[in-house]
Unconditional design. Structure first.
Length: 235
């Protein structure tokens, strides 16, 4: 609607002609959008991935045209001084840029993203990243089934399972603690506050395998930087 302002975050940007940038936006109302923003030297620092903005959106009337965003206002900055947190946010943005379709309206995902940006810190970042990955998988139609395994049997808290990417869990006939605990599988959609360290390890494995399958061999630059940094920090 003309004159209406919409909140958004910038997921990705690149220079587009003189004094313009081509951006991928994430909005509450319209999901992910591709658009053009005209910029000047005074505004260049405004368009940062962790800054919440608000503006009017002019939608292209042609199928191959570009949307435009203008009358942009600053809403709030969520700047993080921690390198690992900045890398974590870069990772989330890269995931959505690569996996989420344009005009994918997903209110729950936006609210989880907004919550993550505002609340992520060095204590909770592993938990919030897993929470967001689970919501993203749901938005992609790849929600993790925690009720039944691929044979149609109820998942047992006392058993161990192997995850078959984008398919489900396969029961291990012999107890194999290197696989995934049924107890942790059953807690996937519980509050993060009830996840213990073991749950976090198993749930991280589940989301990593599932996300990798969705990426279909596409590499994430941010993930490599994040893992390299964590290895360096532990050495």
């Amino acid at each position: 609607m003309k004159g209406e302002l919409y909140d958004f975050y910038i997921l990705h940007q690149k220079k587009y002609k003189e004094n313009s940038i081509l951006v991928s936006l994430f909005t509450l109302e319209f999901g992910k959008l591709s658009a053009i923003i005209r910029v000047n030297k005074k505004q260049q620092n405004l368009y940062q991935p962790i800054t919440k903005l608000r503006g009017e959106i002019s939608f292209s009337k042609k199928g191959d045209g570009l949307n435009k965003v203008f009358n942009i206002e600053f809403v709030e900055s969520n700047y993080k001084s921690s390198y690992i947190i900045l890398l974590s946010i870069q990772y989330v943005n890269e995931l959505m840029y690569l996996l989420l379709s344009y005009s994918h309206e997903e209110e729950a995902l936006f609210r989880k993203y907004d919550f993550l940006i505002k609340n992520i810190n060095e204590i909770n970042y592993k938990y919030l990243l897993r929470m967001f990955e689970l919501e993203l998988l749901n938005a992609l139609g790849q929600a993790i089934c925690i009720e039944e395994d691929i044979a149609g049997e109820k998942i047992s808290q006392n058993m161990f399972y192997e995850i078959i990417p984008l398919t489900g869990f396969k029961l291990m006939v012999e107890k194999d603690t290197s696989k995934i605990s049924g107890k942790s599988i059953k807690k996937i959609y519980d509050s993060m506050l009830v996840w213990d360290e073991e749950d976090l390890v198993y749930i991280s494995r589940i989301t990593r395998i599932s996300i990798n399958a969705c990426l279909d061999k596409r590499e994430l630059k941010s993930r490599k930087l994040l893992l390299d940094y964590l290895r360096l920090k532990e050495s």
